[in-house]
Design a protein around this ligand. Structure first.
Ligand code: NAI
Ligand code: MG
Length: 527
């Protein structure tokens, strides 16, 4: 594997004022008592410090969010949408700076940072143009046709509390907030402590686009301190992160009967069929497995390859992986960047070492690359993996994939579904109808046919999220905005009341109603 670096001397090659002023977007109740360090994973050096917010800061954030919310809700949807049309353009115009900050904080390759810019711009566009349609008052069939006029209003819930992870620090801090804001809510965000500068930069651009300051609050710091008061004050909680933390946050939301969505982990399967285009499958599955060094909730960690093409696929896959460029550069030529942290490197190393000790075979990779950067790990392919190994069923969240062979369809479906997770799956076949049929039998919230993950994710009109332990609720499409609203049914009753008319005894009314009901069930237009 080759290594590319923009800096030979170990210095971080970015503009010195990249992060300056961003701290001013953190909500504070007074002078912060504590700070925490933010690290650049490429070199493992500290690049800044941010306030470790506390409960008092959370209170101020919610007070401001509440103060701003009513006036924001009172604007028309079109007025709110204008902000996000401008935001779309601002994100594109400021892409280089955003990419630098994302890379600096997360250590990912520029290509993978660019996916975040794309995602945020596309999400802003989708909801800016579609929110009005999603949110408008709808006419529904009334109880008594002609006599009851029924409509449904969609009110904002109020304040949406968001907790986001470090792996897609731009996307996951903003893209779920966009529909929440368009629906008339305000947002209080706690970004991951590793990558909060990115979130603060995103908020700076939101304000430049015209979002009123109060309606988007950011508190920086640690989940175990801030999670509970954030959940307690929120009208809706949107969490993205690990299943373990998701359980804690969901149970806190449960105590307050606060609605929530949880986008959690995955152990996502890929299935290569005997008729797959192997070149395409190799290219797509490399992205599917190693994008963001595998630190992607929807990335693939298990590949099931049909016995007819197993040898051919594995050889081409391993060859292509060995050509991947690892590096720390701020250019697009790097294919695989760093892991986020020492902690993440330890977890990946432990998984691979445990698999090796229990008999797994390493086809490529299998070691860290401290010569490139302290948290680099080689793209790794394993075979002979079985249930005695921790990585067989648990999310590694790193550049590690296990390959298995299959021959019978029933068997591969059963093995793909034999997981507590159910987030994403990928199927490779030249028979697209077969791909669609196979997809229906896979227990995951998204299935990509002839793509790893991006086709379903970027279909913003369609829901995205997890079955089983991979989550609750969905982002994107109508579900991704309606979850931030309360439906309100208003029914107007005209003339006749909902009881026996005056002078008609109730026994007669009941008899007539019985006849009416039987008639109604048989008349298509009246069901
Ligand atoms: P995490 O789920 O603990 O962190 C995500 C967010 O939750 C961060 O903002 C964090 O500060 C916050 N948080 C942590 N503890 C909290 C609590 N008690 N209450 C409320 N919020 C809390 O993930 P972490 O610790 O960064 O990574 C651990 C593992 O989770 C990784 O090794 C990876 O396997 C997995 N992970 C999976 C993600 C996915 O999208 N599938 C995203 C991030 C991590
Ligand atoms: Mg944690």
């Amino acid at each position: 594997m080759t290594v590319s670096e923009t800096t030979a001397d170990g210095e971080i090659d970015v503009e010195p004022d990249l992060l300056s002023g961003l701290e001013s977007y953190v909500t504070l109740s007074g002078a912060p008592e504590e700070h925490f360090d933010v690290e650049a994973p490429y070199r493992g050096v500290v690049i800044g410090e941010l306030p470790a917010c506390d409960e008092a800061d959370i209170e101020v954030a919610f007070d401001r969010a509440e103060q701003g919310q009513k006036a924001w809700e009172d604007r028309t949807v079109e007025e709110r949408a204008e902000v996000f049309k401008r935001y779309h353009d601002l994100v594109i115009d400021n892409a280089e700076e955003l990419l630098d900050i994302v890379q600096l904080e997360s250590g990912k390759a520029r290509k993978h940072a660019y996916e975040e810019v794309l995602d945020v711009a596309m999400t802003a566009r989708h909801y800016a143009y579609r929110a009005e349609g999603y949110l408008e008052t709808e006419q529904r069939e009334g109880a008594l046709p002609g006599l009851t006029e029924t409509e449904v209003n969609h009110h904002p819930v109020g304040i949406v509390g968001m907790i986001s992870p470090w792996n897609y620090p731009l996307s996951l801090a903003v893209s779920d907030a966009i529909p929440a804001l368009l629906a008339g809510n305000s947002v209080v965000l706690k970004p991951a402590e590793q990558t909060s500068y990115t979130a603060l930069k995103a908020v700076e651009l939101l304000q430049e686009a015209g979002l009123p300051r109060d309606v988007f609050q950011v508190v920086t710091g640690f989940g175990p301190t801030l999670g509970e008061p954030l959940v307690a004050n929120s009208d809706y909680v949107c969490f993205t992160g690990s299943s373990a933390t998701g359980r804690i946050v969901a149970s806190q939301a449960g105590e307050h009967l606060t609605k929530c969505s949880m986008e959690l982990g995955g152990k996502n399967p890929g299935i290569v069929c005997s008729d797959a285009d192997i070149d395409r499958a190799v290219e797509g599955l490399i992205r599917g497995c190693f994008t963001n060094a595998g630190q992607l909730c929807i990335s693939l960690e298990r590949l099931y390859v049909h016995e007819d093409v197993h040898g051919q696929f594995v050889e081409a896959f391993v060859d292509a992986i060995e050509d991947l460029q690892l590096g720390t550069g701020y250019e697009y030529d790097v294919d695989v960047g760093s892991l986020i942290s020492e902690e993440q490197l330890e977890k990946v190393t432990e998984h691979v070492e445990d698999a090796k000790a229990n008999g797994a075979t390493v086809l490529t990779g299998g070691t860290g690359r401290p010569d490139i950067g302290p948290y680099f790990y080689e793209p790794t392919v394993l075979t002979d993996v079985d249930e005695s190994m921790a990585l067989c069923a648990n999310e590694t969240f790193g550049p590690v994939v296990s390959i298995y062979e299959w021959s019978e369809e029933d068997d591969v479906i059963e093995r793909a579904n034999d997981s507590d997770y159910g987030l994403n799956a990928s199927i490779w076949t030249e028979d697209l109808d077969y791909g669609r049929e196979l997809a229906k039998q896979i227990e995951t919230g998204t299935v990509n046919v002839n793509e790893g993950y991006a086709a379903a994710w970027a279909s913003l009109d369609a829901p995205m999220g997890g079955m089983k332990n991979s989550g609750i609720g969905r982002r994107h499409g109508d579900e991704g905005i309606m979850k931030y609203t309360e439906s309100q049914t208003v029914a107007v009753q005209k003339r006749m009341g909902m009881t026996a008319p005056p002078g008609v005894p109730y026994w007669l009314y009941a008899k007539l109603m019985n006849k009416t009901l039987k008639f109604q069930r048989r008349i298509p237009g009246m069901r």
